[in-house]
Design a protein around this ligand. Structure first.
Ligand code: ZN
Length: 70
């Protein structure tokens, strides 16, 4: 009698550390864990706001270049 369930091969999910929350995750594919994916899907509409915020620090680059000219 063969019991395939005892062989953790293809049927089992991958065990890894979630790249987002660094917590232990067990998913079919490497990536954010299920709880993170849930957060990401809820935050889906906020991604543009995050990108917009990234542009602000760039304004600090100009003063630095002026200071370098001295
Ligand atoms: Zn996570």
């Amino acid at each position: 009698m063969i019991v395939d369930d005892e062989r953790p091969d293809m049927s089992l999910d991958l065990d890894f550390d979630c790249p987002r929350c660094k917590g232990p995750a067990s998913e079919s594919f490497y990536g954010p864990c299920s709880s993170c994916r849930r957060e990401l899907s809820l935050l889906g509409g906020d991604k543009r706001d995050v990108r917009a915020a990234e542009y602000e620090p760039k304004m600090n680059v100009t003063p630095n270049q002026v200071a370098t000219k001295e």
